[in-house]
Design a protein around this ligand. Sequence first.
Ligand SMILES: Nc1nc2c(c(=O)[nH]1)N[C@H]1C(S)=C(S)[C@@H](COP(=O)(O)O)O[C@H]1N2
Ligand SMILES: [Mo]
Length: 515
Amino acid sequence: MNTGVRLRAASAGMAAAVLAAGVGELAAAVVAPASSPFAVIGAALIDLAPPWAKDTAIAWFGTADKIALLVGIAIVMLAVAAGAGLLEAARAPLGEVVVGASAAVGVVVAVTRSDATGIAWLPSALAGLAGVIAIRYLVRLAVGSAPGAVPHQPPVDTEVPRRRFLAWTGAAGVVGVLALIGGNLARAGERAVTAARDALGLPAPAVKAPPVPAGAELDIPGLARIVTPNDAFYRIDTALVVPEVDPAGWSLRIHGMVEREVVISWNELVSLPLEESYTTLACVSNPVGGTLIGNAKWLGYPIRELLARAAPSADADMVLSTSIDGFSASTPLDVLTDDRASILAVGMNDEPLPIEHGFPVRMVVPGLYGYVSATKWVVDLEVTRFDRSTAYWTTRGWSARGPIKLQSRIDVPRRGQGLTAGDTVIAGVAWQQHVGVSGVEVQIDEGPWVQASLAPAISDDTWVQWSLPWTATEGSHLIRCRAISATGEVQTEERAAVAPDGATGWDERFLEVFS
Ligand SMILES: Nc1nc2c(c(=O)[nH]1)N[C@H]1C(S)=C(S)[C@@H](COP(=O)(O)O)O[C@H]1N2
Ligand SMILES: [Mo]
């Protein structure tokens, strides 16, 4: 094969793959969004990824980790497709076999997902069909022989077949891209759930949260707001395609080591006396100084009350909560039955839960990292024991229990903000949910620790803002902070990685102050 033929064969393979991906995405949009080939392959990769891969993905891409994964899958797919094109040109139908086998992997993964519907196989199967036909036809054009001829005959490299090749390959690519775009715009189910959410009024709370205390919001530019707006709230989950749960069809089953099983529907849940509470959620993958933390006013019903209906047996010590997409979390039973505001939440900052934050129902538990407590799109609570059952991240190297560690963060001054000498303010947030923070200290240029002033906290279940006036002098400076908990614990200097149970260490900023 000469270079021209090789290039065309590889392009033919890639065009066939783009067409196949488009067909798969479009089919999925109509019949089963969560079963699109990209969604299922991505979901399987997320599930198979070792713990360090999750760390690295979040460390590199933060909350854009999902886009990074999809781009990665696309690159690998194009590379495989180019190879399949070459293979098809050299020895048909080997390229078709590669495309067909890739689609078959998609089908198998799609039907084995926990949220698979009866037609979960269809998008990948149609994608495979389109891919096989396209690569067969396009590669034949690429090697310059007419369709129907044997492709590895000596190429007849003339102008007319080349034009025909370019036209067909271009068309396949363009149609594929349009189908990809169309499929993603036309997620029928996602639109239906959005409409269902828009149509819902938020039920009135029976117990309102006390107002945010005066002075809790320091209003310093650059400092995280005391209540995080929904659209700025961090999002972390394993769901490449957001689960679509219609409240009308939602129910939660409480079972396992209980006296009686309890099933509760959406209508029953929202007719119960709902309570408001402020709770700061934090991700175990939040590095020191990181932003995978947010504070909201939640509206929900105490899980304690629902568990009481089911009557857990005395030797149970854990509740395994499971989401519709198969994610699960292990929460100590006593944390769900003591007097804290562990709730099945339906509202977030006076709105129904945003779809990506768990609509229609999620768990919110003060004091524990999200991976062991904050199950979104929750549908099942199994009362069990830590020695009998294991949650999603526990099987991937994370700790079975995840109490939030004492932490503090410097928000301002920001590095590289172009600070000039003179009076300024150092400010940030500190937290140890359900324990509370009693103080924050700041150290400048390795000097003595100075007490910052602490704004009033909303409650022990939320973070708190702190600030310290500072007269900045020209030159480089190193600023550190550490929190002191309500029980007198001083935030440790010792650096720990996020895995297996949360980062520790002091947040620090190197700053350049200009004249
Ligand atoms: N269904 C489901 N719920 C989930 C997760 C998930 O992957 N799937 N991730 C958990 C983790 S690790 C965190 S930190 C919180 C984040 O909640 P948020 O996205 O609303 O901020 O959700 C938790 N609930
Ligand atoms: Mo998390």
